[in-house]
Design a protein around this ligand. Sequence first.
Ligand code: 13P
Ligand code: SF4
Length: 303
Amino acid sequence: MEQKQLIEEIIKLKKERDAIILAHNYQVPEVQDIADIVGDSLALSKHAANTSHKVIVFCGVHFMAESAKILSPDKTVLLPARDAGCPMAEMVTADRLREMKAKYPEAAVVCYVNSSAEVKAEADICCTSSNAVKVVESIKNKQIIFAPDQNLGSYVAKKVKDKEIILWKGFCITHKRVKVDEVKKIKELFPDAKILAHPECEPEIQALADFLGSTSEIIKEAREIPEKDIIIGTEEGVLHILRKENPDKNFYLLSPGLICQNMKKTRLEDVYLSLLNMQYEITLDEDIRLKALKTLDKMLEIS
Ligand code: 13P
Ligand code: SF4
C-alpha cells in the first residue's frame, strides 16, 4: 500500500476502533505525524491513564505499552511492533531486585519506568527522566536503590545530596555509544552551540552538556534558548519535531550512534496492521498489575 493510502486507512480504522495513537518522541517521522499524541514517557503515561478511548495503540517499546495497560486495565492496549523491547529494561529482573532489597533492608526502591511490570511491582515508586529528582526528593528513607539506569541514577545523586543512592548497573545501549571524543570534536566544529543531552548518557558526557533533561524537556529547551546551533545528545527521533518547530535553527546529533533500533521497529504499516488485526495486545497478571499500579500512581501523584 502507498503511504497516502496507509494513512487514510489508519485514520478510518482509528475511528472504527475508537482508538488513540500514542507515540514516543523517538519514533520515525511518519509514525509521529500520524499519532494523536507525541511525547516523553511521563506525558504518554498521563495520556494513557486519562484517555476515554477504548483502544490505545502504543508506538514505542514494550515497557511503555505495558505501563499504559497497568494504568488503563479496561482498555485494549496494542504494541504494533511485537519485538520492540528495551535492552535496559531487561537488565533488571524481579528476582535480582529482591536479592538487592534483602541486602539493603532500609532502602526504598525507585524504579525507572524503563522496566517490566514484575520489576515495578517490587519497587516503592516509579520515575521517568523528567521527574526522577522530584521522586527521589519525596522519599523519607536515607538509602535508595535506584534501578535500572545507573546514569540517570548518578545524575539524581548529584542533585539530591542528602541521600545514599545505590545504583543498579543497567544502562541504555543507545546513549552509551556517545564518546567524550565525539563531544570534544563537535564542540570544536560549533563552538557557540549549546549541548542538550539526556541523563541516560554517561556521567562524563553529562558533565560536558549545557542542559540535561527528558526528551520533551530537551525539545522545550531548544525552543526557548536563543542559540541557533544546537547539539542534541539523545536518540535521533527527536530531530523531527525539533526541525519542524524551529526551522530557523540548526540541529546536530552528538553521535551517529544515537539510534535506538527498537524505537525504529514501528513502521506505518505496523500501525495499520495493529488497528486492522488488533495486534499485539498487552496482557498482564492482575496481581502484578495491581502492585505495579501503586508505584506508577505514586509517581503520578507527585508529578
Ligand atoms: P523520555 O522520553 O522519558 O526522556 O525517555 C527516554 C527513553 O529512553 C525512553 O526509552
Ligand atoms: Fe531503551 Fe535506550 Fe532504546 Fe530508550 S533509547 S528504548 S532506554 S535502549
